[in-house]
Design a protein around this ligand. Structure first.
Ligand SMILES: C[S@@+](CC[C@H](N)C(=O)[O-])C[C@H]1O[C@@H](n2cnc3c(N)ncnc32)[C@H](O)[C@@H]1O
Length: 473
């Protein structure tokens, strides 16, 4: 049989690919294990699907119906599971999610990287599978009730799956805080009562775009930033009252900092963000614990990047420190350093840390984080990782890389192979690009240890730390 678009067939979902799509294997012409990807399924489900795309080596199908539920399926905790695009693995028990993520990392390295020998460690899961995020952004929009725009009510919530321009009213969310539902409800009532209009991209009118809540999981602080269109947000004092004096009464924690940020978009000009601190401290303080139980302080401004799971990031960074075997004589390159957290975690053990990131404001943050923590042996520089280190005379003993999802580029890999640091620690958020890069790096390095770590329960994401050791040649 030769499969073609629009064919309907019954298949069993064998596993999940990285990214969360289900995989079924079928016979197609002379191929026995022809792969079909299916959305919104769980391993073990038996389903009827319709093919949307058929290529030479895989096909994509959409779910028509589930004919037999997987024995591992559970009820999603969140009432918005069917609407919301986040937390897609909620119908799989957390222990099973961890097994799935662990095998995705192992299979990627074995099959794409073609590496079979390594010390593959069991995945480290999160102690708290709920309320682990320290940042959530909620959007403003209108209720999806079929009424004309003039009669619609304001909604505060998240975007429905596949509909980036719509917003559904959020009643509960188990990602950041137990009081998220109360917070969103109070903000929504406030905006409805005062009739502050959400920004509407099609008509380019209205004021409110989104509201972001950042929380110091260790410090207990809370920074709220309301993002508006270029128009003024008038009820500032009333809004401060709502988020401070009236927070208890509404069942949520008071803000320690409140910002209003105008997003100014003008034709032919770069989008500008004008931040106005209307209450409290200018930054959110977050603390991270080092293995020797000292704490690092991070002063996080509204637009700054920070790892979204503070407690699990501590575990991730401690792994980097352990596998890096950093000594007091070590010069360490922290490439793709972001706000410098990995380098700052390592600084007390190293002789010198040199961090590079392409994002100028992340580097400003990294240098001020070093200052706040009185760390004097760490320098952070803005620029492209390859270009910056290609111009350096100094050779590192240890290189740490933590690239974006796309992984390392060829120039950087070649340069790393040329400068031959004794150890290389690769932190990755994408097992497929990690495996591709490891294949090249293993021309001169041996993949010693692989440690998967789950930072984001109920999502398909998985982080991996790899230890590579230079081979004598
Ligand atoms: C996964 S984040 C790493 C964050 C950081 N290590 C941490 O733990 O907070 C990837 C970083 O790579 C940076 N980046 C992307 N392309 C880059 C390039 N060509 N050179 C240097 N940095 C780059 C991004 O700005 C981002 O901060």
């Amino acid at each position: 049989m030769k499969l073609k678009k629009h064919d309907q067939l019954s298949v069993k979902i064998e596993k999940l690919a990285f990214g969360g799509k289900g995989i079924a294997y079928v016979q197609n012409e002379d191929k026995d294990n022809f792969v079909i990807f299916v959305d919104n399924v769980v391993p073990g489900d038996e389903v009827n699907i319709k093919l949307n795309k058929v290529k030479s080596n895989f096909a994509e199908g959409s779910l028509v119906e589930i004919t037999k539920l997987s024995p591992i399926r559970i009820q999603a905790r969140c009432p918005h599971f069917d609407t919301c695009g986040g937390c897609t693995l909620q119908t799989i028990p957390y222990e099973e999610q961890l097994k799935i993520k662990e095998s995705q990392v192992r299979e990627s390295i074995e099959h794409i990287g073609n590496i079979k020998e390594m010390d593959f460690k069991p995945i480290i899961g999160c102690d708290s599978e709920w309320f682990y995020r320290n940042k959530m952004e909620f959007s403003f929009g209108y209720e999806d009730d079929g009424k004309p725009l003039s009669e619609k009510k304001i909604a505060v919530g998240l975007h429905p799956k596949y509909r980036r321009y719509d917003v559904f009213e959020l009643k509960e969310c188990y990602l950041e805080s137990e009081d998220t539902g109360n917070f969103v409800k109070a903000v929504q009532k406030f905006m409805r009562d005062l009739q502050v209009a959400p920004y509407h991209s099609r008509t380019n009118s209205g004021v409110l775009r989104s509201i972001t809540v950042r929380e110091g999981k260790r410090s207990g602080e809370r920074l709220v930033n309301i993002l508006t269109s270029g128009e003024d947000f008038e009820p500032k004092n009333e809004f401060i009252n709502l988020l401070t004096k009236e927070s208890d009464k509404n069942g949520f924690k008071a803000a320690t900092s409140i910002y209003i940020t105008k997003q100014v978009i003008k034709k032919g000009q770069r989008t500008r963000f004008e931040e106005e601190l209307i209450y409290g401290e200018p930054y959110l303080l977050e603390l991270m614990k080092l293995e020797n139980s000292t704490e690092l302080k991070f002063e996080i401004l509204p637009q700054a990047f920070f790892q979204t799971n503070t407690l699990q990031a501590e575990i991730l960074y401690a792994k980097v420190l352990e596998l890096g075997e950093i000594k007091s004589t070590s010069t360490v390159f922290d490439l793709f350093c972001g706000t410098g957290t990995i380098g700052l975690f390592c600084a007390h053990k190293a002789k010198k840390i040199f961090g590079v990131d392409i994002n100028q404001s992340a580097i400003e943050n990294a240098n001020s984080n070093a200052k706040t923590n009185d760390i004097q042996n760490a320098t952070f520089v803005a620029g492209d990782a390859f270009k910056v280190i290609a111009e350096l005379e100094e050779k590192p003993d240890i290189i740490i890389v933590d690239p974006p999802r796309s992984g390392l580029n060829e120039d950087l890999i070649n340069h790393i192979l040329k400068i031959k640091a004794k150890r290389l620690i690769y932190v990755s958020c994408n097992p497929t690009t990690l495996a591709r890069d490891l294949k090249f790096l293993c021309e001169k390095y041996k993949l010693q240890t692989v440690q998967p770590i789950d930072m984001f329960p109920h999502t398909y994401h998985v982080e991996t730390v790899c230890e590579l050791i230079l081979q004598n040649n």
